[in-house]
Design a protein around this ligand. Sequence first.
Ligand SMILES: O=C(O)C1=C[C@@H](OP(=O)(O)O)[C@@H](O)[C@H](O)C1
Ligand SMILES: C=C(OP(=O)(O)O)C(=O)O
Length: 431
Amino acid sequence: MNQMNLDYHKPSLHGELSIPGDKSVSHRAIMFGSMAKGRTTVSGFLLGNDCLSTIDCFRKLGVKIEVEGTNVVIESKGMADWEEPKDILDTGNSGTTTRLMLGILAGSKLHTVLNGDASIGKRPMRRVIDPLRLMGAQINGRENGQYTPLAIKGNPLQAIEYTMPVASAQVKSAILLAAMHARGTTTIYEKGLTRDHTERMLRQFGAEIIAENGTISYKGGQDLSPAHVEVPGDISSAAFFLVAGALAKNSKVILHNVGLNPTRAGIITVLQEMGADIEVSNVDEHAYEPRGTITISTSTLNGITISGDLIPLLIDEIPIIALLATQAQGKTIIRDAAELRVKETDRIAAVVSELKKLGADIEATEDGMIIQGGKPLHGASLQTYGDHRIGMMGAIAALITEGAIQLDDSDCIAVSYPNFFEDLETILQSR
Ligand SMILES: O=C(O)C1=C[C@@H](OP(=O)(O)O)[C@@H](O)[C@H](O)C1
Ligand SMILES: C=C(OP(=O)(O)O)C(=O)O
């Protein structure tokens, strides 16, 4: 537990940052590189604790993974030659690792046990295990497989046709990863468009996948070819500095290497609709994951409604968007976001309780929150609930509060952004 006192005296922010690797893409690069026979190389890898948990799991399966700075080399004999691990696979705090590993391991030849930390132990797993069981997977765990620890007995799988009950890229990805080793063609009907990194990476590793208007089809039994993955910067990490740049006085911040995959870019739409001074430039559309530069300056903002199909495109950004909304003129309504209740913590309850401590006018609803903007915020002692995104929301709030903010535990931030405070220092120092 690392307590922090953040006393910034309302600074202005200036400078440029290169945003560290995307967490979702980094996980998948390790997974696909471990499944493909041969040598896969990754650059721009995120050294966040969640992605390190994924590396640790595959090393326990006998895959050779070398990390040097943000470059990773994976040498795999292919999934058929993975070793049965002697110990549990520890997924740490990572929902993505836990759920996607279930899809991969269900179709392996191995007996494995997955377990994570206390937060993982509360997150729902049946959403993944139900469709995997329909494919023939043998997975057991607490409350009939709802919670970790989960034991997986690898088994031959059958393709399914599946209509998703939730808009979740983790569920979709787990099914696709199982579909790779299933007999026949699996078809998934999405509930709403969700991040498509798995689909893009399947193509990057030489597989064929059809994805059109929320229907995804994948034929089992295709071999993967090893590849080189250049991980773009994580727009979910950039989001904290986008909001910082918009809210801090007399500021201009330039963020390079930001992933601009349209299934992740909802925060840009929100900033534009709220009237932010934001510009997207140098877009590399040809990269398999598009990326570019975002410039943001101090902005006058108006409240908006954020709901429906936009929600999955910015689901992890809602805590920091809530802080943004506290400084907009008028009301911001966030709805259709009940998924926030089953993240690292209940993010609706956590955001509302912590922003209230700073003096914000914010109320929780069942599936979102209502924020009456325009109230100045003051310092307070905040709880992170061990949730990286709540921790970073608190740290960015400290840039605009009258008085200091104390964070009870800043260690959790290393889950997705280990250099967060160094990067913040860079734009503070070049004032
Ligand atoms: O597939 C992924 O990499 C992720 C999907 C999202 O979760 P859900 O699929 O539960 O919405 C997101 O919140 C998480 O941070 C990463
Ligand atoms: C929800 C998140 O991640 P995960 O589901 O992988 O724990 C997140 O990074 O905000």
